[in-house]
Unconditional design. Structure first.
Length: 394
């Protein structure tokens, strides 16, 4: 009897140990037909979430063995860590759409229902999330700065309502890695936005119907309605000029929203900073929402902001591009957020000790081939300190 009991204890110990073990996998996702990498494919399970980078690569950590891979317009893949480890590449199959099945309607009344639904299906109460944020700065299409941040954030609401007139945040940075390569005395300091500024952009989902012209176009996924919009010529003060919504037909929930601003900045004046002057030339925003099944609420799964601008120094004009990729790695957590960095401060001013061990176990965007080449160039130029200023802990 004692022997049998001991065997049971051993079996239970093995099961509990397996449940507590963090599983890890990395792979590349491509279109099965075109063989092109799929950026922003979603890899998730009930506790964790990540996405692919522009090379289609992902790195995923979780204590849950199941994995779901999804991408709008493609067949969803349900798999496990064990199965993924057997594959060199994951091929996603595009949905076969019969154009006769697609009905294009007048979207205005449908959009009004979607806007009303925001108050029901998005979190308007306080909630916490784990996040990964990559900030990238390019000069003349060449990387000069990169910063990765992993942390936790608290928000009092996703979208302000009548009883809440302001979105408030609490930010805890767990770890960061960054590097900047600057030509000495030849580049002004470029300020990154604050976390609060980024999140205000990432919460900008509702447009006033009277200020835009909405047109429904065929979607490559029958689960969604795709509605494009352009700014009404009579409303010149509106910032978003054109873009689209991708909306779940049944739940009347926004799955994606994207828009761009270019014309607005064409006639805008330069602002001065020391011996240089700066002017924004364009802005592009993309937000993708995921649904938490247990909470029955939608949250930002990942979002992307690109800001293009030009700087004139000593009568020399240089073009810059700053991009910000945000991934919610775990939504609606019960973890306490211990605020350790102001949410309204330039993100590049954050300085925390770098831990390689920390980054070896975090859901994040893998380094792209372009980033690997940049980091290699930083190493090569470390001996040229008379020419370059290198800041960072990457």
């Amino acid at each position: 009897m004692l022997i049998k009991y001991s065997k049971i204890v051993i079996v239970l110990f093995i099961i509990n140990t397996a449940k507590g073990q963090t599983l890890k996998t990395k792979n590349t996702i491509i279109d099965s037909k075109t063989k092109t990498p799929l950026e922003y494919a979603n890899i998730s399970n009930k506790t964790d979430n990540t996405i692919t980078n522009k090379d289609g690569q992902f790195l995923f950590f979780s204590k849950e063995k199941d994995i779901t891979i999804s991408y709008v317009g493609y067949e969803t893949i349900h798999t496990t860590f064990e199965e993924i480890e057997k594959k060199d590449t994951i091929f996603m199959i595009a949905n076969a759409i019969n154009l006769d099945e697609i009905t294009v309607n007048n979207p205005t009344s449908f959009l009004k229902e979607v806007y009303k639904n925001v108050w029901k299906i998005y979190p308007l109460e306080p909630y916490n999330e784990d996040f990964f944020l990559r900030c990238l700065l390019k000069k003349e299409d060449k990387i000069v700065r990169v910063q990765d941040i992993s942390g936790k954030i608290w928000r009092n609401t996703f979208y302000p309502k009548k009883s809440i007139d302001e979105i408030k945040y609490g930010l805890e940075i767990l770890n960061l890695r960054k590097v900047e390569l600057s030509e000495r005395n030849k580049i002004p300091y470029i300020q990154f936005p604050s976390y609060k500024t980024l999140f205000l952009w990432f919460s900008a989902i509702i447009l006033k119907p009277k200020e835009y012209v909405f047109t429904e176009v065929p979607s490559n996924d029958l689960q969604y309605r795709k509605i494009e919009f352009v700014k009404n010529d009579e409303n010149k003060d509106c910032l978003p000029e054109k873009g689209y919504y991708l909306i779940d037909k049944n739940e009347k929930a926004i799955k994606e929203v994207a828009y761009e601003i270019v014309e607005y900045y064409k006639n805008s004046p330069y602002s001065r900073g020391g011996s240089s002057k700066l002017k924004t030339t364009g802005l592009t925003l993309f937000i993708m929402f995921n649904k938490d099944i247990q909470k029955n609420k939608y949250y930002i799964g990942n979002s992307y902001l690109k800001n293009s601008f030009e700087i004139v120094t000593d009568q020399v004009k240089s073009n810059y591009e700053a991009t910000y990729d945000l991934v919610t790695t775990n939504s609606f957590t019960n973890k306490i957020v211990k605020k350790n960095f102001p949410e309204n401060k330039d993100l590049f001013k954050a300085n925390f000790s770098y831990s390689e061990e920390f980054w070896s176990s975090q859901n994040q965007l893998p380094l792209t081939n372009e980033l690997k080449q940049f980091l290699k160039s930083v190493v090569e130029k470390k001996n040229k300190t008379k020419e370059y200023v290198i800041i960072g802990n990457f």
